[in-house]
Design a protein around this ligand. Structure first.
Ligand code: 1GP
Length: 244
């Protein structure tokens, strides 16, 4: 069974699933074992692994460690074409649709595609839309793109529809790691009514009130990263995953 089929199966049984995000940077190595253990016990459906910047060369080892310590699907959420490993189950093959930087629209893809092929890694085409969550985030800086303002709902919808028509399997609405504001429910409601593909929502989700409103608005997966990294307890995380 492909990882994508596993995700589809999750969506056939619940209205909204939850991804835990691990930033596989050296700074998080000391907590990695505890983090994975906590995620395993907190009701998540899969683990995303990736970050805007990884300061060493141990991506593959960390994926290996995570994979060996969880039954959940491990999916690369790459910050660049250097974040690849055959030990993961799949990779979100992201196109940064909200920007006009060719490197993140097609450049990184051309560089990574032959490696993905040789590793036998399953690519999941995903239209990635960066929105302004009220703070300047790493993804904005590293990708050298400008996030779309959240009040331009028609423009965000146009990007998401273009992403669907280009054949993406998901639209990922992103406010960036540690965003002050998560994606507005108005945007999620508008897009979920018009798109035929599922919406993933990430950035700034730190409590069950937010996750519930995001799921109510029509998101099919939420992503939680910083809250886990900042030491949220299993109970707090379970409150989020059971709220959706
Ligand atoms: C970032 O959407 C993810 O790419 C998760 O965001 O770290 O704010 O949870 P947070």
């Amino acid at each position: 069974m492909t990882t994508f089929s596993q995700l589809e199966k999750i969506l056939s049984t619940k209205r909204c699933g939850a991804f835990a995000l691990i930033d596989p940077d050296i700074k998080n190595d000391g907590n990695l074992a505890d983090t994975v253990k906590k995620i395993n016990q907190s009701g998540f459906d899969a683990i995303l692994v990736g970050g805007s910047l990884i300061l060493d060369n141990n991506f593959d080892n960390r994926i290996d460690f995570i994979k060996k310590n969880t039954q959940l699907p491990v999916i690369i959420f790459p910050g660049s074409s250097k974040q690849l490993s055959g030990k993961a189950d799949a990779i979100l093959f992201l196109s940064l649709l909200s920007g006009r930087n060719p490197q993140y629209l097609i450049g990184e893809h051309v560089e990574s595609a032959p490696v993905i092929h040789s590793l036998g890694l399953e690519p999941i085409p995903t239209g990635y839309i960066l929105l302004d969550g009220g703070s300047r985030t790493s993804v904005e800086i590293i990708s050298n793109t400008i996030p779309l303002p959240m009040d331009k709902v028609d423009i965000i919808l146009a990007h998401a529809l273009a992403g669907q028509y280009l054949g993406n399997k998901f639209i990922f609405l992103e406010c960036g790691s540690g965003a002050l504001n998560h994606v507005s429910t108005t945007i999620i409601e508008t897009l979920s009514k018009r798109l035929d593909i599922p919406i993933i929502v990430g950035g700034g989700i730190t409590n069950a009130t937010s996750s519930k409103s995001i799921a109510n608005a029509g998101a099919r997966f939420i992503v939680v990263g910083t809250h886990i990294e900042n030491g949220a307890s299993i109970e707090e995380l379970r409150e989020i995953t059971s709220s959706i």
